[in-house]
Design a protein around this ligand. Structure first.
Ligand code: TMP
Ligand code: MG
Length: 288
């Protein structure tokens, strides 16, 4: 079968198209029952912008909601304005960014915990938010479900929120598993902390290695499709056992010119300013 024509879309950039072709052919030959998909959530499965306006991350969905006081909103906005430019700054190394990202997540979670957020209001917050999955999300989720391909959503966002986004979109199928930061509620349903080890943008490798059970279950699926939007997402598949092939697809949403080269060096396919799932979907259709 010839390669999907969508690989010639103007948003698609590849360092080594021949290598992409070989990986795809090898994965197709191995068959859909050898494939697993690992995807980031914020700005990978969700849109970066819509009509020129930024779309919210899981954290932003809460930050912008009426569950948060104006004073706290200001503080969360200050954190975003301080740390997001660091997250996407290509002049700084990951080593330099790492402690600053831990600082961002820790401070943001502390602020959220002070807000006494009620569990039973989260569905409403998501419903009233501007959360938006990328165009073509339905085909993506439904196709994976139809072919019983496991989808791991691996997110440094908030698990409770992201689950609600995909539930309300009608695509939280049984083949979907989530690794993320989950909220811990007290007996009256009020947020008291976040559970377990913090997942931030640059420790997904450690998060993957803590979940060996999941990857053990999927050991008959050594062919991986990885989707991300940050260079930190590249380690999401580090727990996969006996990996045979991995195809890494990266959405480059912001600071495109400055970051183009580093994305091309680390992702096999880079989608520049592409708000759709068209290319991942075309690849899935090719593989199944
Ligand atoms: P992801 O792993 O699903 O992409 O989630 C991480 C994103 O969350 C990352 O791009 C930064 C963003 N973020 C916020 O928008 N607000 C916050 O307070 C924090 C801690 C992270
Ligand atoms: Mg992301």
């Amino acid at each position: 079968m010839s390669l999907p024509p969508q690989l010639s879309n103007p948003t698609v950039h590849m360092r080594d198209p021949q290598r992409v072709k070989e990986i795809l052919q090898s994965m197709q030959k191995a068959g859909s029952n050898t494939i697993q998909v690992i995807s980031d959530f914020d700005m990978t499965l969700t849109r970066f912008a819509y009509n020129g306006k930024r779309c919210p991350t899981c954290h932003n969905i809460l930050d912008n909601s009426k569950l948060i006081t104006e004073e706290c909103k200001e503080k969360l906005k200050d954190l975003l304005n301080t740390y997001y430019p660091i997250e996407i700054d290509c002049a700084r190394s990951i080593e330099e960014k790492l402690p600053l990202m831990v600082e961002w997540w820790t401070k943001a979670h502390e602020l959220l915990v002070q807000q006494k957020i009620k569990k039973d209001l989260l569905a409403m917050v998501v419903r009233e938010s501007d959360a938006m999955l990328r165009d073509g999300y339905q085909l993506f989720f439904d196709h994976l479900h139809k072919h019983s391909i496991p989808l791991l959503i691996f997110s440094a966002g908030i698990g409770d929120i992201l689950e609600e986004v995909i539930r309300q979109a009608g695509v939280f199928h049984p083949n979907v598993k989530v690794f993320s930061n989950y909220m811990d509620f007290d007996e009256t349903g009020v947020l008291k902390a976040f559970k377990g080890e913090l997942i931030h943008i640059y420790n997904k490798r450690e998060g993957a290695l803590l979940n060996t059970g999941h990857f053990q279950e999927l050991r008959t699926r050594p062919n991986v499709l990885l989707l991300g939007d940050s260079l930190g997402d590249l380690t999401m598949a580090d727990g996969v056992q006996d990996m045979e092939n991995i195809l890494k697809i990266g959405f480059l949403n912001d600071k495109v010119e400055e970051r183009k080269q580093s994305y091309l060096n680390s992702y096999d396919i880079v989608l520049m300013k592409d708000e759709t799932m068209d290319v991942p979907n075309a690849i899935l259709l090719y593989l199944t």
